[in-house]
Design a protein around this ligand. Sequence first.
Ligand SMILES: [Zn+2]
Length: 244
Amino acid sequence: MSEPRYNRQIRVTGIGRTGQQRIRKGRVALVGVGALGCAIADQLVRAGIGSIRLIDPDVPELSNIQRQCLIDESDVKKNTPKVQAAADKLSRANSEVAIDPRETMLDDQNASDLLSGVDIVLDGTDNFETRYLINRTCVRAGIPWIFGGVLAMSGMSLPILPGGPCLMCALGPEPPKGSMPTTADHGILACTVATIASLEVMRALKFLVGKPVLPNLVVIDLDRESQRTILVQPDPSCPVCSPA
Ligand SMILES: [Zn+2]
């Protein structure tokens, strides 16, 4: 670990050298390398995590560049898969981090495998079908994961920790496919993405350095400049996380 590289991070109270060493050992899986995923990966890799597995099946489009900070015009021209485009830029930013690009869609068949062998999973997806799949897989395997979602000028995030409330406890049953508003219809600003990505990364870093992480559902409205924090309680009848 090169210490000068992390000098400013080590100076932060609550991180220090010990925290940096813990971050350095951190193994992360990131589902989705779109807007949220690019911003999350960029911050985590620069912070010096040990390894990151990037999971995404897509190639970039011109309309992605506005908010996907690891995608550029040449990636769009060359149809470079998003995980590869991201991996190239990330390894240039920090060659100390092991980057494991997986050009595939997370599904029921591969989720247990793709989300295994990591300390924490971060949500860079844009749909609830995949998030509920991450939720089931991580709760079953006892792996913490951080939910995050963005739309237009607002977003939310919730850490889901083993033994604590899960995504279904917080948001209820999985919404029917296609029933939720999407950024394709309502748009999205890069500043919204950066805000929620930062919240997800903060929670991941807290977890990795051993600071307490509470199951707070944080909802941020950047237009109104307001934030709500709701401490989520476990639902004793939750079919995902409640011991039947
Ligand atoms: Zn639950």
